[in-house]
Design a binder for this molecule. Structure first.
Ligand code: FDA
Length: 307
């Protein structure tokens, strides 16, 4: 992993840095670029705009590493309200939700997280949409896959995420390339040590392509989450090689990142889903976006000093 990236991800854990970043007026510009707003109404307005442009959406209510059951319950309530609202607004056929299990209690008690995710999946079904479980730090992968397996007994459409920087991912891709499965493949946004993760970008990319081949050869629905132009070109070739028709896989990108490319792919008939975060608790998400790209950090620092 690039040293600057490791440094930002490590700094993200410091309370002192959190205080400086969240109190800074310069943060607002960065927040506005990557986050749809604080309220459900803000999220719905953004979803409406993206859907009008021919895009699909996965909405994420910001929050992670919840430290109490009450806080986890507030996260569940936010998702229930969101799902209800998407349905009322007629947006649920093009919009699903992404859920971090740590937001609904995974670090407190796996059973609590399962029960809470269960309620969210039941509401998603009632409101005619689906849920994808985001993948977080590597020490949560086993528990996340266990919760996923439980949920998929009832709702086979619950989506998983695999991170190509993890050495275990090829095995997980093989296990998940089954009929009905929905699997988002990304590079991975967290820090991890070399016993579990590939350290060089080249190996992360190779692992991405290997897992993509496995998912495309299987019977599930692969969701390729990347902005990397080289990977997108390669995926374009791979989907054809495997005889996949448009609509039997999708591309996914983050809100605020390469919006022109999102629209270009959609105009070519590809299914493109934009991951849209909203809510007040933006710090962790923002720090991961800064770590991904030094130019974002420069943008952020310029905003800090120019105020
Ligand atoms: P890479 O980082 O190599 O970037 C390629 C190019 O894309 C850059 O050169 C730049 O042009 C552009 N770009 C990438 N990131 C940018 C940014 N932040 N700002 C501006 N430009 C940027 N991770 C995870 O661990 N668990 C998860 O559940 C998810 N979920 C998820 C959903 C979706 C829809 C996406 C797109 C990504 C995720 N991720 C994630 C994040 C993912 O793991 C990864 O960190 C980022 O997508 C960046 O990796 P790329 O594949 O884009 O390549």
């Amino acid at each position: 992993m690039n040293p600057l990236r490791s440094l930002i991800l490590a700094a993200a854990g410091s309370d002192a840095i959190r205080r400086v970043v969240t109190a800074s007026p310069g943060t607002r510009g960065v927040v506005e670029r990557f986050i749809a707003g604080e309220t459900v109404a803000d999220a719905v307005t953004t979803v409406g705009r993206l859907v009008d442009d021919g895009l699909y959406v996965s909405l994420d209510h910001l929050g992670e590493n919840t430290t109490g059951a009450r806080q986890a319950e507030r996260a569940v309530q936010a998702y229930l309200e969101l799902l209800d609202r998407l349905h009322t607004e007629g947006l649920s056929t093009r919009t699903e939700v992404s859920l971090k299990l740590s937001a609904v209690g995974l670090r407190l008690d796996e059973k609590l997280a399962l029960d809470n995710a269960w309620r969210i999946c039941a509401a998603a079904e009632q409101n005619a949409t689906t849920v994808t479980l985001d993948m977080e730090e590597h020490d949560t992968v086993e528990a996340t896959l266990r919760v996923l397996a439980e949920l998929r007994h009832t709702w086979p459409w619950v989506g998983a995420v695999l991170q190509s920087y993890l050495k275990r991912t090829q095995g997980d891709a093989a296990a998940l390339a089954a009929p009905d499965s929905r699997v988002r493949l990304c590079k991975g946004a967290y820090a991890a040590t070399s016993d579990v993760a590939h350290r060089s970008g080249h190996h992360v990319d190779l692992s991405y392509v290997r897992a993509a081949n496995t998912l495309l050869a299987g019977d599930g629905y692969p969701m390729f989450a990347t902005h990397d132009p080289r990977l997108i070109t390669l995926l374009h070739e791979r989907v054809r090689w495997y005889g996949r028709k448009q609509g039997s896989y999708e591309y996914q990108m983050l809100y605020g990142v390469r919006p022109d490319e999102q629209r270009r792919l959609a105009a070519e008939g590809e299914t493109v889903r934009v991951y849209v975060p909203f809510g007040a608790n933006s710090y962790g998400y923002l720090m991961r976006r800064l770590a991904e790209r030094p130019a974002n950090l420069a943008f952020f620092l310029r905003a800090l000093v120019s105020r």
